[in-house]
Design a protein around this ligand. Sequence first.
Ligand SMILES: [Zn+2]
Length: 216
Amino acid sequence: MSVVTARELGIVACETCGRVARAPRDAQSSAHCPHCGSALHSRLPGSLARTWAHLLAACVLYIPSNLLVMMHTADYAGRRSDTIVSGVIKLWTDGAHGIAVVVFVASVVVPVLKIGVMAYLAISVQLGWTSLQRQRAQWFRFIERIGHWSMLDVFVVALLVALVDFNVARVEPGPAALAFGVVVILTMLAAKSFDPRLIWDVPRPTADVSTRPQAS
Ligand SMILES: [Zn+2]
């Protein structure tokens, strides 16, 4: 697919208000949006490195968030501690199928999907892939959209704590809840630091702006 990017035309869109302005002459000097005053970046500085840092940290913390205890529950039948997966199985066998599905989707499907897709996007940009650019841009928008629902699992635990406390049972969050909360924040930061415009940057020797004479 042949696409002329705004960077090649020497223009840049403000990330805050969307106003299109002339890009600064050299990459080092910073320009500001004439409309809202935000800093203008043709590409977010250090985007790929920061995306990788957040993603790798999220991968590392996803391990304890699944292995450690997510929730302690105590009722007349005794006390039990559950990880995410054992909690989902317990909810399912107790007949709470709806909540089991919500917890499974929010705490297993969504984080794995987010980490997987963000890693795929980061690898594709790192290696300068030239295919499926439109699809990759759509994947990024999809990840941004489901990001709003990432904290669902933490809300479910909070909801259970509030609901169950009215009855004879007690629910307390375990150490995995903290690890999981940090994983969610890290995946959000990874998506936030990724500049989707990088997807469209492919080596194009015929249209290299750096060799093009600057109009004064
Ligand atoms: Zn602006």
